[in-house]
Design a protein around this ligand. Structure first.
Ligand SMILES: Cc1ncc(COP(=O)(O)O)c(C=O)c1O
Length: 456
């Protein structure tokens, strides 16, 4: 931390009794400490809307621009180093500059990138994934999680001949399938029925009532973007049974959750969806998506069939993603490594919840394994409706608390999202978790009065 930044942090970190002034002071220190990020964002506003090409990365007054990363740390353009708890929004499972993946990438670059043919990596990567996710009897690659989900839904509609899809409130299945607080105007024009996550009665009734027009039910077995809300195993099982009973395909979006156990959450819960979408870390840090499932469904993509579904995609098998993904999946992301990372995440969550209890404050850590969410909330969190009910009438103040949390954590050298959704990579260690918990303890000490004022 620079001297100027340490001074600012020390003078400003006393308890503020008023939320607005606390946030204003924290923001002033942030602006003063990050002139390089401010300048770059200002310049970029002339060429990209809001200086942004990826909405997820936006937060005011401007986001930190990162210059480099190594292991579990990222460094911004003003020279501050942070322990990374964002880890590319769960895609950065391997940590930064993982040497085995780097070597695979260098080799692939040396050997040539745009071959215009099947390459030597894609078959092996497909086999490695299928070995971990047996419900995917066959799979195909594409370029993003969004694309994987769009292809799952299009496939479900084509094979069932039915038009609609059941989704759950708060769901994020990609930039064209976004259902947080209403549907995005950019969503694909697919008829959608919205149901309630973790509500067995409502969801099974919705499936039964709409079965004649429903092609699929799509969900994450832990809702990620909605707040790291774990799916109750009984709920997931009930959906599996209802879908089988009514001739509706069950799609698990495991773009985020597949890292939470060696065979994803479907493996952990012993539930086989009809189709699965993957993305993020599967390409070893390169651009990727994958979708797959039952052989009778996926074999419709076999181009030698007269009735084959056509599925092109110039970069579906792009050499860098296939090579990096194969190295990462087969050599780095061993079952033991996955379990270790997720156990560390469980520890972080348990310690965060114990701290909240010690301080007597309404803060809850949710999630599964290495993915966590922190919520200023009283009462159970089963779905986004629970969170919304808790925030009702105090949305601005809760948002201000989250902003304060992020800015305070930045000052402690901890890189977290404004929404307070975080995750660990394979390179985060116990010392990183200790640092996070220590900073959280300090936050709850300094800001406890404000949290109590806002949440009660
Ligand atoms: C659950 C889930 N599905 C789909 C996507 C979309 O993936 P991509 O950003 O690669 O399009 C994301 C991305 O955050 C996600 O979290």
């Amino acid at each position: 931390m620079s001297t100027q930044r340490a001074d600012l942090a020390a003078s400003g970190r006393q308890t503020n009794q008023h939320l607005e002034s606390a946030v204003a002071e924290a923001e002033q220190r942030y602006v003063a400490a990050n002139p390089g990020s401010a300048r770059l964002n200002q310049t970029a506003r002339g060429t990209m809307p809001g200086g942004n090409t990826r909405t997820t990365l936006h937060y005011g007054p401007f986001p930190l621009t990162m210059r480099s990363a190594k292991g579990s740390r990222v460094t911004d353009v003003d020279g501050h180093s942070y322990v990374d708890f964002i880890n590319e929004h769960t895609a950065g499972v391997f940590g930064h500059s993982e040497p085995v993946i780097q070597a695979a990438l260098k080799q692939a670059i040396d050997d040539g990138l745009t071959l215009g043919a099947p390459n030597i990596y894609e078959y092996e990567l497909a086999a490695a994934i299928i070995a971990r996710f047996p419900s995917m009897a066959r799979l195909r690659f594409c370029n993003s999680g969004t694309e994987a989900n769009l292809l799952c839904l299009a496939t479900a509609r084509a094979v069932t001949g039915k038009p609609a899809v059941l989704i759950f409130e708060g769901a994020y299945h990609g930039s064209l399938l976004y259902f947080s607080h209403g549907a995005s105007p950019l969503n694909m024009p697919i008829p959608v029925i919205e149901s309630c996550y973790n509500d067995i009665e409502r969801a099974t009734a919705d499936i039964a009532a709409n079965a004649s027009k429903l092609a699929a039910v799509i969900l994450e077995p832990m809702q990620g973007g909605a707040g790291a809300i774990a799916g109750d195993p009984a709920f997931l099982k009930a959906l599996r049974e209802a879908c089988s009973k009514h001739g509706v395909l069950l799609i698990f979006d495991e773009v985020m959750t597949s890292r939470l156990a060696p065979g994803g959450l479907q493996g952990k819960h012993g539930i086989a969806p009809d189709l699965t979408s993957l993305g993020k870390y599967v390409g070893g840090g390169m651009t990727i998506g994958a979708f797959g499932g039952r052989a009778d469904i996926m074999d419709r993509f076999d181009p030698s069939r007269p009735d084959a579904f056509p599925h092109g995609g110039t970069f579906n098998n792009n050499v860098l993603a296939m090579a990096a993904g194969l190295a990462g999946f087969s050599k780095v992301l061993t079952k033991e490594a996955v379990d270790r990372m997720n156990a560390l995440g469980d520890e972080l969550r348990d310690r965060a919840n114990a701290l909240a209890k010690k301080h007597g404050l309404p803060l809850q850590a949710t999630g599964v394994g290495s993915i966590f969410g922190l919520h200023f909330h009283n009462g159970p969190i089963r779905n986004i409706g629970d969170l919304d009910a808790g925030e009702k009438g105090r949305e601005r103040d809760i948002a201000a608390l989250k902003k304060l949390f992020q800015l305070d954590m930045f000052e402690r050298g901890i890189y977290v999202t404004r929404r307070i959704l975080g995750n660990l990579s394979l390179t985060n260690n116990k010392a990183d978790v200790d640092l996070f918990i220590d900073a959280l303890d300090e936050f709850l000490t300094n800001r406890g009065t404000l949290i109590r004022q806002v949440v009660g």
